[in-house]
Design a protein around this ligand. Structure first.
Ligand code: NAD
Length: 252
């Protein structure tokens, strides 16, 4: 028996990076997967490739800042696959490291809207369907920078990710009696498009590697494996927890 047999999962930001990796792994483990993203061409291609490999996957356009699009994505998951059991709030954007007194207010708002309000809207939209299904699992992708701060990454990003961490605990406590588990995952630096520019800058790369005790960036699959565990019934007594996948960053 596969680890997610019978489950239906919705993954935001699933068109590439860690979200894509989670979508592929979930499908291999028996889940029906709905990918929501704003990168329609890439998202459709991921869904086609999962279906061609024998999985079940559907792409929907979803801007996580839009409550109506969230509700449509949840409705599509339920109508196409019968229920919604797992939500991965994975979509996110980085932010330029302006000093706080120079940070453009619209950049602050955009960063918070995608990375924090998007998690609230996704959770808010998914919970009624999960209550209908008798329970569920919500996994919120935060960051190591939701636990510790650094001066060389945007304050808005770190604020949003810290907010995701405590939002997760508030939601876990509200819905623990009703069978919905809510956990956060805290990746460290991972090899995705989000970190490509930094990895291509030798000075930045060296600085980052010097801060990662394991001395390397993580692979998207190394995060997806933690997300898979939290999505599965193997984590049936795990809620409100923060799973760190950061090569040792926050242990320092
Ligand atoms: P990525 O840029 O490869 O993927 C992010 C995905 O989110 C993209 O497909 C993008 O189109 C989508 N997205 C962006 N804005 C969106 C919106 N408004 N609505 C819907 N989708 C949207 O990045 P990634 O590294 O795979 O990041 C995944 C998550 O992990 C993010 O939340 C990120 O903050 C977090 N994270 C990344 C790292 C890292 O080092 N890469 C570290 C810690 C946490």
């Amino acid at each position: 028996m596969a680890r997610l047999d019978g489950k239906v999962a919705l993954i935001s930001g699933g068109a590439r990076g860690m979200g894509e990796s989670e979508a592929r792994l979930f499908a291999q483990e028996g889940a029906a997967v709905v990918i929501g993203d704003i990168l329609d061409t890439e998202g459709e291609a991921v869904a086609t490739s999962i279906n061609d490999a024998g999985g079940r996957c559907l792409y929907v356009h979803l801007d996580v800042r839009d409550e109506g699009e969230w509700q449509a994505a949840v409705a599509e998951a339920v109508s196409r696959f019968g229920s919604l059991d797992v939500l991965v709030n994975n979509a996110g954007i980085g932010s330029s490291p302006f000093p706080i007194h120079e940070e453009p207010v619209d950049l602050w708002d955009r960063t918070i809207d995608v990375n924090l309000k998007g998690v609230f809207l996704g959770t808010r939209s998914a919970i009624p369907a999960m209550l209908d299904a008798g329970g569920g699992s919500i996994i919120n992708i935060s960051s190591q920078l939701g636990i510790v701060g650094v001066p060389y990454s945007g304050a808005a990003y770190q604020t949003a990710k810290g907010g995701v961490r405590i939002f997760t605990k508030a939601a876990a406590l509200q819905y623990a009696p009703r069978g919905i588990r809510v956990n956060s995952v805290h990746p460290g630096p991972i090899e995705t498009d989000m970190t490509r520019a930094g990895r291509n800058d030798p000075e930045r790369l060296e600085m980052m590697l010097s801060r990662i005790p394991m001395g390397r960036y993580g692979e998207p699959e190394e995060v997806a494996n933690a997300v898979l565990y939290l999505a599965s019934d193997e984590a049936s007594f795990v809620t409100g927890s923060e799973v760190v996948v950061d090569g040792g960053w926050t242990a320092q």
